[in-house]
Design a protein around this ligand. Structure first.
Ligand SMILES: [Fe+2]
Length: 492
């Protein structure tokens, strides 16, 4: 693959900023719901580890002012984001760009989605951005209503951030719309898929890893912060983050290509986890060493539960994929009372090429004990649906048992921009002939949309023909999964 001319890419990306800002100003059209403010879902996040984030929530209608700060340029150049929502709270994120060793007081404000003038602020507070955390903020906005859309922004000195839109989870809704994607190699071309995500009015975006690629050789914390900031400067990515809450997972390139933690440099691991945390809207505790627990659940009322796995950090090649602690956690966390269970795995779960489990040597198929374990978990849920990434290809298949019977539908989401890897390029065209469950295989870039109700799960592949500026992203294939079904059905 030859990277495109970088200078042209920079100009194009900057031109996009105005469009993205205008799109944000016109957002927030979904009607809000005020059903059952007393209801509460199980909380999001690892049940074994509580976040250590300091929360500053002040319910007031009076304007709050942060201590005066000397800012000479707009500090909100990396945009805003929200993530890890539950029925009464959500994490709000931004990272300030400023040269200072001093803390910067930042005001955050939330309002109802139709209150674009912020006349009735429903939650606000002041949070200190610290240089130790690259001036990033992870504010837990609490006391919110379930299944309700909000807008939010930050203020520092005379500067006001772009407006973000987010939504709490809960039971007061008939359907949820969820996006899935991964793998955004920056040098591969333009990220139209992110602008399409921003325009899609989603409730949640699931990210299955490879947010950054260390193609510039970054290794230190400062170098990795610069790499993340470079990725975060993309206006389409900023628009996608500002449009809905994200649940962000990790894959190998977030740390090191094809890494497993057992054979990696602890200094690189420590720096990479910290830089990743500083740039993601997550309520995960701040990592302070060469490990970071990333696996967690997210509940979407009675419609769905998302189980987000970490398939890299605890892997022992050829032996163990998840590690005992993660399996124990999942055993306790998986609910049986939701219409659909979304098993979100950064790497493919099904065996793409029956008889050749090592086609993807770091996948579930090459780890027989973990493969058996997850098949048992499928049987505990009403309608298991796997979403996966990593192979930079849209794939619809089924995870089967040893007798060849389907147990769960698997939708592999396309990559935002990364290309089909070499190890799959020669084999991919043969897969629909070698695997009876492969119904769809498309190496085009894009993302996957899931529309989930109690009576149906609709899956729509959104694809782009070329990663050039202003190329269109369109629906390329549609499938549905009925309640209790183990395979997808093609839709017109
Ligand atoms: Fe990737």
């Amino acid at each position: 693959m030859n990277p495109p001319n970088t200078s042209k890419l920079e100009v194009g990306r900057r031109k996009f900023i105005g469009l993205a800002t205008a799109a944000l100003a016109g957002a927030c059209t979904r009607p809000t719901s005020t059903t059952d403010p007393g209801s509460s879902d199980p909380t999001t996040g690892p049940p074994t580890t509580q976040p250590e984030i300091t929360t500053t929530t002040i319910k007031t209608f009076d304007p709050i002012e942060a201590p005066a700060v000397e800012l000479t340029q707009d500090p909100f150049q990396l945009g805003v984001a929200s993530g890890d929502p539950d029925s009464t709270s959500v994490v709000l994120w931004t990272r300030l760009i400023a040269v200072t060793e001093q803390p910067i007081g930042v005001v955050w404000e939330m309002a109802s989605a139709d209150d674009t003038g912020y006349l009735a602020i429903v939650a606000t507070g002041v949070f200190e951005a610290l240089s130790d955390d690259a001036l990033s903020l992870h504010v837990v906005a609490e006391g919110l209503m379930p299944s309700t859309e909000y807008i939010y922004r930050f203020r520092a000195g005379e500067f006001v951030s772009p407006v973000g839109q987010t939504r709490t989870t809960g039971t007061g809704t008939d359907s949820v719309s969820v996006g899935v994607s991964s793998c955004q190699l920056r040098e591969a071309g333009f990220w139209q898929a992110h602008q399409d995500i921003a325009d899609a009015d989603l409730d949640l975006m699931i990210w299955l890893g490879d947010y950054t690629y260390r193609t510039d050789g970054s290794r230190t914390l400062e170098e990795l912060r610069e790499l993340h900031a470079k990725y975060r400067s993309d206006p389409a990515l900023q628009a996608a983050h500002a449009s809905c809450a994200w649940l962000v997972g990790l894959d190998d390139n977030d740390i090191d290509n094809d890494y497993s933690a057992s054979d990696n440099d602890p200094e690189l691991l420590t720096a990479a986890y910290k830089a990743w945390w500083e740039h993601q809207p997550t309520r995960l505790p701040k990592p302070t060493g060469p490990q970071m627990q990333v696996y967690r659940t997210l509940d979407l009322g009675s419609l769905a539960q998302v189980i987000l796995f970490d398939t890299r950090q605890y892997a022992q090649p050829g032996q163990d994929l998840l590690g005992q602690a993660q399996r124990d956690w999942a055993d306790a966390a998986i609910r049986q009372d939701t219409a659909y269970t979304i098993f979100a795995s950064p790497v493919i779960v099904g065996n793409l090429l029956p008889g050749s489990p090592d086609l993807v040597p770091y996948s579930w198929a090459a780890h027989s004990a973990d493969s058996t374990w997850i098949r048992e978990k499928f049987s505990l849920t009403q309608t298991p649906v796997v979403v996966s990434g990593d192979l930079h290809t849209g794939i619809v298949t089924a995870v089967a048992d040893s007798a060849g019977l389907p147990l769960a539908t698997e939708f592999m989401a396309p990559a935002i921009s990364s290309r089909l890897p070499d190890e799959l390029a020669a084999t991919a065209p043969l897969l629909p002939f070698a695997n009876e469950f492969v119904q769809h295989l498309d190496p085009k870039q894009g993302w996957l949309r899931l529309d989930i109700s109690a009576s149906n799960l609709k899956a729509t592949y959104r694809a782009t023909d070329a990663l050039v500026e202003n190329d269109q992203v369109t629906a390329s294939a549609r499938f549905s999964v009925a309640p209790n079904a183990k395979e997808a059905v093609p839709e017109p």
